[in-house]
Design a protein around this ligand. Structure first.
Ligand SMILES: *[C@@H]1O[C@H](CO)[C@@H](O)[C@H](O)[C@H]1NC(C)=O
Ligand SMILES: *[C@@H]1O[C@H](CO)[C@@H](O)[C@H](O)[C@H]1NC(C)=O
Ligand SMILES: *[C@@H]1O[C@H](CO)[C@@H](O)[C@H](O)[C@H]1NC(C)=O
Length: 365
């Protein structure tokens, strides 16, 4: 595309340019005319390139800036943008997080505020050519509201989903050096199964599984619902004393795997029992043999019996920690990290894309 527009420019502007410098032109008046024509073409070309997808320097200069405008902070959670944030915090180069509207490559809109009406899209402003509007949400479809009114507005999606334009998962794996004493994972366990729940709803699938499970094995419940809230300092130490942690998502939706797995279970050092998307969704992002999926069992009764046997079989239990020899877990950083991730994907975005039916994209995952 940039090379094409460059070659168009060269072929169109070459005749006036050569006539401008030619000695054979009949009159000085014509020569001035050709020179003027050339300068006009040059100005037009430069002006156009400035707003086009790729600056002309793109191929010769690898450190090309992407400029992101965060139209408002998600949940009003304003974070500092002093310095080269993406580089300083995440080693992501050439990614600027502040910009004026006309010069932004990407403008980010977090869904929650749009749906609640506390923020609006700047549809009254002329939208610069080539600028992309990004829809961002880390919520499951059940909590995104009705997105029908956002048809034909957004060019990209930012979500935990693997098929979003920019995937911003709650956690991810990084290759690791083998860690020291994996055997320790069996030590100091005083509870068989633990669960932390604040938002307890009878209609949640997880509530039903919990109720069946607690009839078979003891389940220690923490969090607001059980009136045993845990401070953030107590969370992981508490979970570390449990053999198993119920990483039960509140919504069952494709790829919707939250901190309950990445932080609570993996960082806490308990084997996660997961309820959420399909086993294959978990396998796509989580280490092999690192979790127990409720769908692996014909009944909750069988799951409970398996957990009981596993806790008594030290060797078999330890196998659920073997993955730590190859991987370590990174829990996502703050919103700035997600914003910076846009720059990593920017060059892979399609030239042109419009979400003509965002509601369908969201709900029919
Ligand atoms: C087990 O508990 C003891 C005493 O509280 C502590 O010193 C030790 O580090 C713990 N081990 C693990 C693996 O958490
Ligand atoms: C996953 O683990 C199973 C046994 O636990 C093993 O047979 C299989 O090869 C592993 N797959 C990968 C991709 O590591
Ligand atoms: C972004 O979406 C708008 C609105 O549908 C559209 O006019 C524009 O061409 C799109 N831009 C890109 C880069 O896809």
């Amino acid at each position: 595309m940039p090379l094409n527009s460059l070659s168009v420019f060269v072929s169109v502007s070459l005749p006036p340019l050569s006539l401008c410098f030619s000695m054979d032109v009949r009159s000085i008046k014509n020569q001035i005319l050709y020179c003027t024509l050339f300068v006009l073409l040059l100005l037009f070309y430069c002006g156009w390139m400035k707003t086009a997808e790729f600056p002309i320097f793109y191929y010769s200069n690898s450190t090309w800036n992407v400029t992101i405008l965060i139209w408002y902070w998600p949940f009003g959670d304003t974070l500092s943008l002093t310095g080269d944030v993406c580089w300083d915090l995440y080693k992501i180069p050439s990614c600027r997080l502040h910009s004026s509207f006309p010069s932004a490559d990407v403008v980010v809109f977090h869904n929650r505020e749009l749906i609640q009406g506390s923020q609006k899209l700047p549809t009254d402003l002329p939208r610069p050519h080539g600028q992309r509007w990004a829809w961002m949400s880390l919520e499951s479809p059940a909590h995104n509201g009705n997105l029908q009114k956002f048809a034909n507005i957004f060019n990209m999606t930012i979500s935990y989903r693997r098929d979003a334009d920019v995937t911003t998962p709650y956690g991810q794996l990084l290759p690791a050096e083998p860690e020291g004493n994996l055997e320790d994972s069996h030590m100091n366990k005083t509870s068989l199964v633990c669960w932390v729940v604040s938002n307890y709803m009878n209609h949640h699938k997880r509530t039903q599984v919990y109720n069946e499970l607690k009839a078979i094995v003891p389940v220690d419940v923490y969090g607001r619902w059980s009136q045993k809230p845990l401070s953030s300092d107590d969370l992981l130490p508490t979970i570390s004393r449990c053999y198993f942690y119920l990483a039960f998502e509140n919504s069952v939706a494709k790829d919707y795997i939250t901190e309950k797995l990445w932080k609570n279970a993996y960082k806490g050092g308990a084997v996660p029992v997961v309820l959420g998307p399909s086993i294959s969704d978990y396998n796509a992002v989580a280490p092999n043999h690192s979790f127990i999926h409720v769908d692996e069992f014909a009944s909750v009764q069988k799951l409970g019996e398996y957990l009981q046997r596993l806790a008594e079989d030290r060797k078999q239990y330890e196998e659920y920690f073997n993955w730590k020899k190859h991987w370590k877990v990174k829990v996502h950083g703050d919103w700035r990290e997600y914003m910076c991730k846009i720059c990593l994907q920017y060059n892979n975005l399609p030239q042109h894309k419009v979400y003509s039916d965002l509601e369908a994209w969201d709900k029919n995952a």
